[in-house]
Design a protein around this ligand. Structure first.
Ligand code: SF4
Length: 399
């Protein structure tokens, strides 16, 4: 049975209602458990558990140190392309946004990777919009293969593929696959995704299983907070993670907790999760899943990122750019608009957002980042907090 069937039999809304009614005694009971269940997770994300944040933080910190040591793995996103055939209301790369677009050549991707390597990175996440014409499977395979000598660890965050199409990417050297469901609320998902193959909710939901079948050794999931109720998303992510731990147990699982950021299209978040609630959620995920990696990106502001380091986070991006060519200016000679899959020369009508986002000579970014510190600054801060920044924890030679 795939997770889709299990998800369909779960009433996430009822769990949210239960969470809102939980009392202190139930929270205490769940906090005392060494192996919490989904019922305990319902309690740990409740408003009542907000009163126990100090205890939760302490437990989360202890567990993380026990399971992972005092280390934070660092990675950088490397954007290959901002072409996309989907319209996702919340994303700057949406097909109908008149942004400045580009797909880097393999040589340009190498340039970007070498710049990241010079900063210390040995772990990159290749990110691209979904566009079979510009970002074909063959192109992705070439990028991964070209990076083999430069980067010991390469993961992908690209449009979902069939298992058979993932296999050559694994063979080429990709070890991880990240796919966010964005929202697990089917109605909101349909409302947010107005055009393109991404409209197929179930196809996306089954992607981690297809990736596992293809042999990826790291799988990343998550929801984008700001679309549906945060407790709804968190419960669905927890159920999904629980399923993957049971059925895809050979892979290392990570959960990301991205919150919406400003982007081209000026989408306003539909819902909020406060900083304090985000901290509670990190702790709840840690207590529920002691061995799962928790990822924090540069979407979050400096103070919150620094505060979360000792509480349960194990993997962080740093010094990130969300536009292709962002680290070196690669690709700026062939920046263009794209209309109906055709490249259109730059003329008037460029997105106002694209012109004012500070990268007018490069392509438009996916979203604004909130922590603009360099990788070196973040690494120093991690050390200052008594943790070790880890740039490399895997080498294909070890497999
Ligand atoms: S979220 Fe992904 S699929 Fe949707 S528009 Fe952005 S890049 Fe394309």
């Amino acid at each position: 049975m795939s997770f889709v069937a299990e998800f369909n039999s779960l009433s996430v809304s009822s769990l949210v209602e239960r969470s809102l009614e939980v009392g202190s005694a139930a929270v205490r009971e769940s906090l005392a458990k060494s192996s919490p269940t989904l019922t305990d997770f319902v309690r740990l994300i409740s408003p009542a558990a907000g009163e126990f944040l100090e205890t939760m933080s302490h437990r989360s910190q202890q567990l993380t140190r026990q399971r992972f040591g005092k280390v934070i793995r660092l990675f950088a996103p490397l954007y290959l392309s901002n072409e996309c055939i989907n319209n996702c209301k919340y994303c700057g790369f949406s097909r109908d946004n008149p942004i400045l677009r580009v797909t880097l050549s393999v040589e340009e991707v190498l340039r970007e990777a070498r710049a990241l390597k010079a900063q210390g990175f040995r772990n990159v996440l290749l990110v691209a919009g979904e566009h079979p014409k510009f970002v074909s499977n063959g192109y992705l395979g070439e990028c991964v293969a070209a990076l083999r000598e430069e980067m010991p660890s390469v993961s992908l965050e690209v449009g979902p593929l069939e298992t058979a199409d993932y296999r050559p990417l694994v063979t080429a050297g990709a070890e991880g696959l990240v796919v966010y469901q964005e929202t697990y609320d089917r109605a909101i998902y349909q409302e947010m995704h107005t055009a393109g193959p991404k409209r197929n909710f179930d196809w996306r939901l089954e992607t981690p299983e297809r990736a596992y079948g293809a042999g990826f050794r790291r799988i990343g999931i998550g929801a984008l907070y700001g679309l549906a109720d945060w407790r709804f998303e968190a419960l669905a992510v927890a159920a999904h993670a629980d399923y993957l731990l049971r059925h895809c147990w050979k892979a290392a699982l990570t959960i990301s907790l991205p919150r919406l950021r400003p982007s081209a299209g000026d989408f306003a978040p539909r819902t909020q999760i406060s900083d304090r609630e985000l901290v509670q959620l990190v702790c709840a995920f840690r207590l529920m899943f002691p061995d799962v990696g928790l990822v924090l990106s540069t979407r979050e502001p400096v103070k919150l990122r620094d505060g979360l380091i000792p509480l349960g986070i194990t993997l962080m991006s740093a010094g990130s750019h969300t536009e292709p060519g962002g680290y070196t200016g690669a690709g700026k000679e062939h920046i263009h608009h794209t209309q109906r899959g055709q490249i259109v020369e730059l003329a008037s009508g460029a997105s106002e957002w694209a012109a004012t986002n500070g990268h007018a000579t490069n392509a438009t970014g996916q979203f604004d980042i909130a922590d603009a510190r360099s990788a070196e600054e973040v690494a120093k801060l991690i050390q200052h907090l008594g943790y070790e920044p880890v740039w490399k924890d895997w080498d294909a030679a070890l497999s």
